[in-house]
Design a protein around this ligand. Structure first.
Ligand code: HEM
Length: 488
């Protein structure tokens, strides 16, 4: 433990007392640690220090602190924890896990080239057509909405990244990447990562020893990661050679000009593959979770659903489906989107950061190498900023009827240099889906054998992204002729 003398006499930020080694892991709600961290925040404030399995852990619970540290002092607060399993599992290509430095900056440049706001807009029509495909699938088999949602999120990402039309079921590329995520998830959450960080020899044991099964799993994961990286990339190259490649992130990056320094420093193909695979890892499940959360909110808040549909009816009518050109005229839908991303955030503690140097904030010592959790949940559920934060209220984003307020928004995509580079794509995909579903269907409780409504609960599951516990619901067509407008 760092002595006070070594800290220049400065105290660490307040927090629950740490027991060396085991720290305060007992008492942590492992299924939803952000709830425990938020309680710490209520007791100790916006910046909390504790120990997790012998590791310094700092939790940021407050938006102002986040802006100060992650934005104004971003050079110190943009690292990632060193986690032996990333390399062991062959996941060290992932932009989100790269250490702060030139390699990570180069990845961010590739993201900027391909998915910055203007570039992301070029995928509007693609996103809208996938959202309408989703609505058509709902019309045919509403009871399979979960599968359709999975197809939607995977197919948007595969189309944007590789110009590839994913099959609705058993798509060979999608299946492999989902299998990869499943294998890696066991080691990804910050709490598990801290555990593995605390027991680094796990990375070195031979596969025949106790715990060796873990290592065999890592070998399998590494082999699978190689396939996931190269196979869809080779697909794009083949299509380009045939002259039939569709617009995509990979194609744009192959066409982009890179400086001679970058070309000599990096294996360009390897980096493009890495960034492209990161898009699936970062984008598919978060999009899926967000739309799923929206569906849950619409069942639990029928009045919100009705207001949203009234707005669409007034602006769009029933002769056509809404499009991106309607977006400025649909402020309430904007509120529904923002509230979807706030109410039950899909990544409530973002991705773990690490400090790359020591620092002093408001008289508190922040150690170098501390694990840093950005508790977006605490910020999006701060009652001073969001009255009755547990309620789904799109109105909170409208400062006068029909006008979207500049503030408050809840930083659903994080802060500073590590802010989500897929935020423009995510925003477009979720908006297109929300507006298309609301225009065409009433989302209602499913009925049991006796015709009684099946109750739906506000319950969530953790994973790569937090998503609602599976529930059943119904989709009723909102007007005669929906099918004609939807087409085949
Ligand atoms: C609703 C959907 C999404 C949400 C809520 C979301 C949210 C976030 C958050 C909170 C972070 C962590 C920021 C930090 O480390 O402080 C993040 C990182 C990241 N996201 Fe997203 N994201 C979404 C969709 C996407 C999409 C569609 C992509 C890809 C196109 C993407 C790619 C990434 C990447 C690569 C990172 C890591 C950035 C880095 O470490 O530099 N995300 N996202």
């Amino acid at each position: 433990m760092r002595s006070r003398a070594r800290r220049g006499g400065l105290p660490l930020p307040p927090g629950p007392l740490g027991i060396p080694w085991l720290g305060n892991v007992i008492g942590l709600d492992v299924a939803q640690p952000w709830v425990t961290y938020t309680k710490y925040g209520e007791k100790y404030g916006g910046l909390v220090y504790t120990k997790l399995l012998g590791q310094d852990l700092i939790v940021i619970n407050d938006e102002e602190v986040a802006i100060e540290l992650l934005e104004r002092r971003s050079a110190i607060y943009s690292g990632r924890p060193v986690i032996a399993t990333n390399e062991l599992f062959g996941m060290d290509f992932n932009t989100g896990l790269l250490q702060y430095g030139p390699h990570w900056k180069f990845h961010r440049k590739l993201f900027h080239t391909a998915l910055r706001a203007e570039a992301a807009q070029s995928y509007d029509q693609l996103q809208m057509s996938k959202a309408r495909q989703f609505v058509r699938s709902l019309a045919k088999s509403p009871e399979r909405f979960e599968e359709h949602l999975k197809t939607l999120s995977a197919s948007i990402i595969m189309a944007i990244t590789y110009g590839y039309d994913a099959q609705p079921e058993e798509d060979p590329f999608v299946e492999k990447v989902e299998q990869l995520i499943g294998m890696f998830l066991t080691a990804l959450t910050p709490e598990r990562a801290a555990l593995i960080g605390a027991i680094p020899f796990l990375a070195h044991i031979p596969s025949w020893m106790p715990g060796g099964r873990y290592k065999l799993r890592a070998n399998e994961c590494r082999e699978l990661a190689q396939k996931v990286l190269s196979e869809p990339y080779e697909f794009v190259k083949q299509k380009r050679a045939e002259g039939t490649a569709k617009k995509s992130m990979v194609s744009d990056l192959l066409d982009a000009e890179h400086s001679s320094k970058e070309v000599s420093e990096y294996d360009m193909e390897k980096e493009i593959m890495a960034v492209a695979t990161t898009v699936f890892l970062g984008g598919a499940e978060t999009t899926y979770s967000s739309v799923y959360t929206f569906l849950l909110a619409m069942i639990l808040y029928p009045d919100v659903q009705r207001k949203a549909q009234d707005e669409i009816d007034q602006v769009v009518g029933h002769d056509r489906l809404p499009d991106f050109a309607d977006r400025p005229n649909l402020p309430y839908i904007e509120g529904v989107l923002r509230e979807t991303l706030r109410w039950h955030h899909s990544t409530p503690v973002a991705l773990p950061h690490a400090t790359t140097d020591s620092d002093v904030y408001k008289g508190y010592y922040i150690p170098k190498g501390a694990l840093l959790l950005v508790n977006l949940w605490a910020m999006t559920h701060n009652p001073r900023q969001f009255a009755s934060p547990e309620l789904f209220m799109p109105e909170r984003y409208l400062d006068s009827p029909g006008h979207v307020a500049e503030k408050p928004f809840s930083h659903p995509f994080g802060f500073g240099r590590r802010i989500c580079p897929g935020r423009y794509v995510a925003d477009g995909s979720v908006w297109a889906t929300i507006v298309s579903v609301l225009a065409t269907f009433r989302i209602v409780n499913a009925k049991d054998g006796n015709g009684e409504s099946i109750e739906v609960k506000e319950e969530f599951l953790s994973g790569l992204a937090v998503r609602p516990k599976p529930f059943r619901c119904g989709f009723e067509k909102r007007w005669n002729g929906v099918e004609t407008i939807l087409g085949d």
